[in-house]
Design a protein around this ligand. Structure first.
Ligand SMILES: Cc1cc2nc3c(=O)[nH]c(=O)nc-3n(C[C@H](O)[C@H](O)[C@H](O)COP(=O)(O)OP(=O)(O)OC[C@H]3O[C@@H](n4cnc5c(N)ncnc54)[C@H](O)[C@@H]3O)c2cc1C
Length: 410
């Protein structure tokens, strides 16, 4: 007997876990293949700071018991200033959250196989019909979904995604205790998620402190190794050195210590998707990639992509012919561009522009943000160039000229 399902999902991250929950709830036979062993899951893939917002929690029915800390505000910091925005959120315990998705998916009827590293597609007549995993084991399905994050073994083999190394953002984080959350001269970071723009600490990227209760916090930084990084980087320093440098320099960490075993690292690509689907196949989550380039919010967008893929498969399976051709699955592409990650191109351009700006400009940006009215800010955040233009100054001309020149040479 062949091992056969309606849908195979490779990878039990937020995207794959959510996709499996939705498919199982609709009564489909779905199997999730996860590379890591179940005992201690997730280990290496326990990589995320997992700051998120009520919109994600309620849309996907995520329970309170995976939340480490509810937050009231988001704080943006520059080297000498800061801006506070009231925006309730939640910092999740990412490992508990991933385990919840597995548990809930199983309760809804999804099958999970751990220690099941997917290596390549099984092809028939030029189309994917199954996957090879755990050495030489094979499983078959009408639809195969790659949700393995940046690993993307299926999407790469099928030529659906082309994740470029030059677009790879790397991140590292420690969970710390003894952090001074309300230090003099800084914003009060109690019950907040703080993101700091400062090339001295995270050249061509940003760093963060997310409060996790009492004097504990998740402290990390990320950057893309691009032009902005190279211009601001210090000789011989890697990402771990930058985090250590921040911990040594910032008085808020004077009495802070790392919590043992609580170190997370990972990567994501900051680029437009090259493709999203083909015959019998969809790529979701950071395999695409789907993460928001500007502030690294990936959990919500990746889960939305999992839901969009489940909706697409459901629609294909509803017809008698169960047509899963590229043409039918392109519904997913439309959903992705319209609902999952709208304005991706504009947000990529905004990201590029933001990291080209200097530390001095970051300071004036904080003042600009305080001055701007709510409507302008939310339109600018959505990628509206007219609203964004209201945040520019006359002396931004050299920055904008450089941005335009770099765009033209790409
Ligand atoms: C340091 C850091 C901090 C972050 N902070 C935030 C944050 O605060 N808020 C937020 O919203 N987002 C954050 N993100 C982004 C967010 O975590 C990701 O966008 C999200 O986890 C991507 O989900 P995914 O399901 O697409 O992929 P992943 O989370 O990468 O999951 C992929 C899964 O597939 C498995 N896998 C890999 N290869 C294979 C294979 N060959 N076969 C089978 N299984 C495989 C992995 O073990 C993993 O379980 C952060 C990311 C990093 C790296």
């Amino acid at each position: 007997m062949t091992d056969r399902f309606d849908v195979i999902v490779a990878g039990a991250g937020p995207a794959g876990g959510q996709c499996a929950r939705d498919l199982a709830r609709r009564g489909y036979d779905v199997v999730v293949l996860e590379a890591e062993p179940e005992d201690g899951f997730p280990r290496q893939s326990n990589k995320s700071t997992a700051g998120t917002f009520p919109s994600m929690m309620s849309a996907f029915g995520i329970p309170d018991d995976v939340v480490m800390q509810y937050t009231d505000d988001v704080v943006l910091e520059s080297p000498n200033d800061h801006y506070v925005r009231h925006q309730p959120g939640a910092v999740l315990e990412f490992a508990d959250f991933k385990r919840y998705l597995v548990r809930d998916g199983r309760e809804k009827g999804a099958e999970y196989r751990f220690d099941a590293r997917v290596s390549k597609p099984v092809m028939e007549g030029g189309d994917i019909v199954g996957v090879r995993y755990d050495g030489d084991r094979e499983v078959y399905a009408d639809v195969v979904i790659d949700a393995t994050g940046p690993a993307a073994p299926l999407a790469k083999a099928l030529g659906v995604s082309d994740l470029k190394r030059k677009n790879q953002a790397i991140g590292i984080e420690y969970e710390m205790e003894g952090v001074e959350m309300d230090a003099e001269g800084y914003a009060d970071l109690s019950d907040t998620m703080m993101l700091r723009l400062d090339h001295d600490l995270a050249p061509g990227g940003y760093s963060w402190i997310f409060h996790t209760g009492g004097d504990t916090a998740k402290v990390g930084l990320c950057y893309i190794q691009n032009q902005a990084h190279r211009e601001n980087a210090r000789e011989g320093m890697g990402i771990d050195d930058y985090l250590q440098y921040w911990l040594d320099e910032d008085p808020r960490f004077a009495d802070a210590e790392r919590i043992e075993g609580k170190q997370h690292r990972g990567s994501a690509h900051i680029q437009m998707p090259t493709g999203l689907s083909t015959d019998n196949f969809m790529a979701i989550g950071d395999t695409v990639p789907t993460i928001d380039p500007l502030w690294g919010e990936g959990i919500h967008t990746c889960m939305k992509s999992g839901r969009a893929a489940a909706m697409t498969a459901d629609r294909c399976f509803m017809t008698n012919d169960r047509d899963t051709s590229a043409e039918r699955l392109s519904i997913y592409d439309e959903l992705w561009h319209n609902d999952v990650a709208p304005h991706m191109r504009q947000r990529l351009l905004m990201t590029q522009l933001l990291y080209l700006a200097s530390n001095e400009r970051y300071d004036t940006l904080m003042a600009d943000l305080r001055r701007a009215d709510e409507e302008v800010l939310s339109a600018a955040n959505g990628g509206n160039w007219r609203s964004l233009a209201k945040l520019f100054h006359l002396d931004d001309l050299p920055l904008l000229t450089r941005f335009a020149r770099e765009r033209l040479t790409e």
